[in-house]
Design a protein around this ligand. Structure first.
Ligand SMILES: Nc1ncnc2c1ncn2[C@@H]1O[C@H](COP(=O)(O)OP(=O)(O)OP(=O)(O)O)[C@@H](O)[C@H]1O
Ligand SMILES: [Mg+2]
Length: 257
């Protein structure tokens, strides 16, 4: 594949990294430490899952690493750029050009077709669409016949695949996905997971995904476990069974969906 594959040897092996980041919300009695000195390194060309009980800081970690939220202390890097050191203008440009984000709610524009949604961020940025890359992305989402349809004419899984394609369209350094299959039935979820995994395997992308689902986590190369704002464990080459077993170890009945 001419357009896919990992970047050349000059590119750093780490797509994104957090170095002892902390983040608290509120003050006084209402103060909640969402992240407590978390360090993670996300390898280029890998698919990483993030798991942990509700409130453990997973979304906060995604938002802080993607430059959507600020940290109180510590540093975040995307490739060789320190995100935590950027002014608003540079941060906006970095997010636009080098970071993809997929949310639990698909966030598609209802009046635009699938294809228009996919190219929207590039259109807004006034950037030319790399046709060959776009073709690769469209083939990978497997929705070539549906490109002229509006979101309401697509299934949940198809809509989320469009949202993933939109995140990939700018060929970002890394894609952050926060429970991308949380609103989907298991079949639609499997479509989205297969797409994310293919984007890593076949296009050399880097993906980090929050999930509560051990089956979803088993698509990843590595699972990171958060609890109480800390990174407490990691599991390479996960299987659904091993992940489920590890989740039981959190010993917090009812809090893991
Ligand atoms: N804007 C905010 N204001 C105050 N507290 C917040 C805010 N956002 C998150 N928190 C708190 O920070 C902690 C971590 O929240 P976060 O959303 O990162 O958890 P999560 O692991 O993504 O949970 P879930 O699995 O339920 O999505 C929680 O205790 C939450 O209540
Ligand atoms: Mg969350």
């Amino acid at each position: 594949m001419t357009n896919g594959g990992p970047p050349g040897p000059a590119a750093p092996a780490t797509a994104a990294r957090a170095d002892r980041i902390s983040k608290a919300y509120g003050r006084g009695d209402a103060r909640v430490v969402a992240l407590d000195e978390v360090s993670v390194s996300l390898e280029r060309g890998h698919f990483t899952a993030v798991m942990g009980p509700s409130g453990s800081g997973k979304s906060t970690l995604m938002h802080c690493m993607a430059g959507l939220d600020s940290v109180d202390s510590g540093r975040v890097f995307v490739a060789d750029v320190e995100v935590t050191g950027l002014d608003d203008k540079r941060l906006t440009r970095l997010r636009r050009d080098r970071i993809g984000f997929v949310f639990q709610a698909f966030n598609l524009v209802p009046t635009l077709t699938a294809l228009e949604n996919i190219t929207l961020p590039l259109d807004i940025a006034g950037r030319a669409v790399d046709r060959a890359w776009l073709d690769t992305v469209i083939d990978t989402i497997g929705l070539r016949q549906r490109l002229g349809h509006r979101p309401s004419e697509l299934s949940g899984g198809q809509q989320q695949r469009v949202a993933c394609a939109r995140a990939l369209a700018s060929r970002p350094e890394i894609i952050f996905a926060d429970e991308p299959t949380g609103n989907l039935d298991s079949r639609s979820g499997a479509e989205v997971l297969a797409f994310l995994r293919n984007s890593v395997r076949e296009m050399g992308q880097t993906v980090v995904m929050v999930t509560h689902d051990p089956v979803a986590a088993s698509y990843a190369d590595l699972v990171l476990f958060l609890a109480d704002g800390r990174l407490v464990d990691q599991m390479p080459d996960p299987t659904a069974e091993k992940v489920l077993e590890r989740m039981k170890g959190f010993d917090l009945p009812g809090v893991i969906a």
